[in-house]
Design a protein around this ligand. Structure first.
Ligand code: 2HA
Ligand code: ZN
Length: 268
């Protein structure tokens, strides 16, 4: 019996993860096992789940994350494909429990699928978000071709250059990705260096670029995290389309972007 049986809220949330996994594949952002998703599901967990025994060994996270005591996460499995997660989430992902020492986890359902290779950075981000009292529950990492291509140009790696460029392509992006896009210099995938740099940027941004690798986005739920990346990618598409037509796009002016910020009460 799946952990999802008769748990409508949990089933809905994992259903949304599966839906987004399908979008990532359709967008061409999820080659092979590319990208990962983790969702903090602690609010949906009942006493019966709390009593469920482990179906894995006790695994070290590699660091102590004090705000994760007793938390539960749904995690995409390492080496699993988004296109498979889309159809069979509980075969390509699993539910983990963080132990009371805050530095180990066990898998509790449905199968002993080992969590994502980026677990250290994902859990570090969740720990940071809980610590600052945020309502954000979802962390999404994916490989959008257009946005990654832009990080191969040094001029776009300067602070907030991409943020203003992408905001200026269409009002939607200014409105729905209002905290902009942070840039993290290249770091080894799955490393604590990458995790720590990501946390530092979350102070200021909801979406960060991992140079020459991909984006990491946070949100209250997985749809919201996806929408932020999708709007940024839309802007990148407009920029690249104009460039391929042979001209530099004019972009909205700073005044027009400020007007939007004031009209819609946006941050920054
Ligand atoms: O999980 O994208 O960064 C595959 C990756 C690692
Ligand atoms: Zn990646």
């Amino acid at each position: 019996m799946s952990i999802l049986g008769n748990r409508f809220e949990l089933e809905k949330q994992i259903g949304e993860v599966a839906e987004v996994a399908g979008y990532l594949w359709q967008k061409g952002w999820a080659e092979r096992n590319g990208g990962n998703i983790t969702l903090n599901i602690t609010d949906t967990v009942d006493d019966e789940i709390r009593k469920m025994s482990a179906i894995s060994d006790i695994v070290p996270i590699g660091r102590k994350l004090p705000h994760l005591k007793g938390a539960y996460f749904f995690c995409k499995g390492t080496n699993m494909r988004m296109r498979d997660l889309a159809r069979r989430p509980m075969e390509n992902g699993s539910v983990i429990r963080i132990l009371d020492d805050c530095s180990h986890y066990v898998i509790i359902a449905d199968r002993p699928v080992k969590p994502t290779s980026e677990l250290a950075s994902h859990l570090s981000m969740h720990n940071y978000l809980i610590g600052k009292g945020s309502d954000y529950k979802a962390v999404l990492h994916t490989h959008p071709t257009d946005l990654i291509a832009m990080t191969h140009h040094p001029a776009f790696l300067e602070k907030d250059v991409l943020t203003y460029l992408l905001w200026s392509m269409i009002p939607e992006t200014r409105a729905f990705c209002p905290r902009g896009l942070g840039i993290i210099p290249y770091a080894l995938p799955s490393s604590f260096d990458l995790a720590d740099a990501t946390i530092r940027e979350l102070d200021e941004y909801d979406v960060v670029m991992w140079e020459k690798h991909g984006v990491c986005a946070v949100g209250e739920n997985i749809m919201e995290a996806f929408d932020k990346v999708d709007t940024l990618s839309k802007s990148a598409q407009i920029y690249l389309t104009a460039q391929s037509m042979g001209f530099e796009p004019q972009g909205m002016s700073r005044e027009q972007m400020d007007e939007l910020r004031i009209a819609f009460n946006l941050p920054k």
